[in-house]
Design a protein around this ligand. Sequence first.
Ligand SMILES: Nc1nc2c(ncn2[C@@H]2O[C@H](COP(=O)(O)OP(=O)(O)O)[C@@H](O)[C@H]2O)c(=O)[nH]1
Ligand SMILES: [Mg+2]
Length: 423
Amino acid sequence: MKRDTADAAHAARVAAIRAGDRMAIARALSAVENELPDAARLLADLEPSTGRAHVVGVTGAPGAGKSTLISALLRECTRRGRRVAVVAVDPSSPITGGSVLGDRVRMGDSAAVENVFVRSIASRGHSGGLAKATSRMVDVVDAAGFDVVIVETVGAGQSEVDIAAIADTSVVVCPPGLGDDVQAIKAGILEIADILVVSKADSPQAGETTRDLADMLKLKRATGGWKVPVLPTVAPRDEGVAALVDACDRHAQEVGRGRRTRAPDATDTPAAQLARRFIERDGFVRHCRLELVEAGRAEGHATVAVTIRPEHVNFNGGCHGGLMFTLADTAFGLAANLAGFVAVGIDTHMAFHVGLREGDRLTARAYPVARGKRVATWRVDLTRGDGRMVATFSGTVFVTRQAHGGVEGLEDEDAGVEHAPRG
Ligand SMILES: Nc1nc2c(ncn2[C@@H]2O[C@H](COP(=O)(O)OP(=O)(O)O)[C@@H](O)[C@H]2O)c(=O)[nH]1
Ligand SMILES: [Mg+2]
């Protein structure tokens, strides 16, 4: 009886989200963001309704003008009668529905208000990873029937969210006057951009930046049939914004929607390829049957997992602590080395919280917490399949010399690999 009531309440929640009930959406987003116990079931039941929204990633350095541009996009999209949700991973300059819609709120345009949903996501404290939390929050608003989902993230190289894996269309925002920095952004950002926006086109240097970016694109090999446009905008005045929405529409027609629902993204990035090469050279990691889940080079993060097998069980019938340390240490070693340095471990600490048994799945996710000139510290969260925190690990490395930095590391067969995962 009690179970029937709970099931009915759950079904009602799912129906309410699908129907676009704002309160139900907000609650579901909280459940997913905070990894509450009911989140997995909710996502499973919403899954058949996902993959319909056009997911647009808007990325760029802090201050590039992303939030301002997104406000203008919301105005343009609602003008076109579309329902738009925003998931902002950069809450430094929050967007609120009210400030975006301005006059229309004051004039009581309730349709416009109903058609916009904005949510920020805290960029720390997601044991399963920020990228996964972001992707799942996109799933919720997608299932709720929003036509467009905009995801705001800080630029490639500064965020652990691989926006290109989540978004159907990646818009990279470049403010004018980058000068030599254009070279610096080239590698990471141009690779992922489907559309380049030169923001703040009311600035005198905007023309030069637009030309620099267009020149750089000429050098880039054309991928498929899509030609990356460079579009100047003055978002506070809504200039260039209609052209941007048109370009997004054309791109969606070209590549389709729902990329994140089919992408084998996390295991196919250059970072993951490099991490797999490290693992291939590590007999002990192979012996323990550790699997790579995802890896990123920007700040240096890595997730590895293992299923507890009979040979991993200790004399008390639990999981051997050595396996847990090995898993944590491997995530740590990969993360530190992927950050672009040959890093030598100098200190580690591990705290155990709950036990594990044969058959359990154990996942270790390493992410950086402090970075000095010579030393850097990573934290590793170890979680069980049900999401419980099993143990935490922290490790400090001494940064010896720069190596396997940049994607060239992949071409350079031996760059630093003799030191990996950790010297
Ligand atoms: N002059 C000018 N300023 C802009 C424009 N777009 C954004 N800004 C300003 O740039 C600053 C950073 O914008 P914001 O959208 O918060 O950047 P974000 O950190 O990338 O989200 C703010 O002070 C904006 O008012 C523009 O087109 N022209
Ligand atoms: Mg912002």
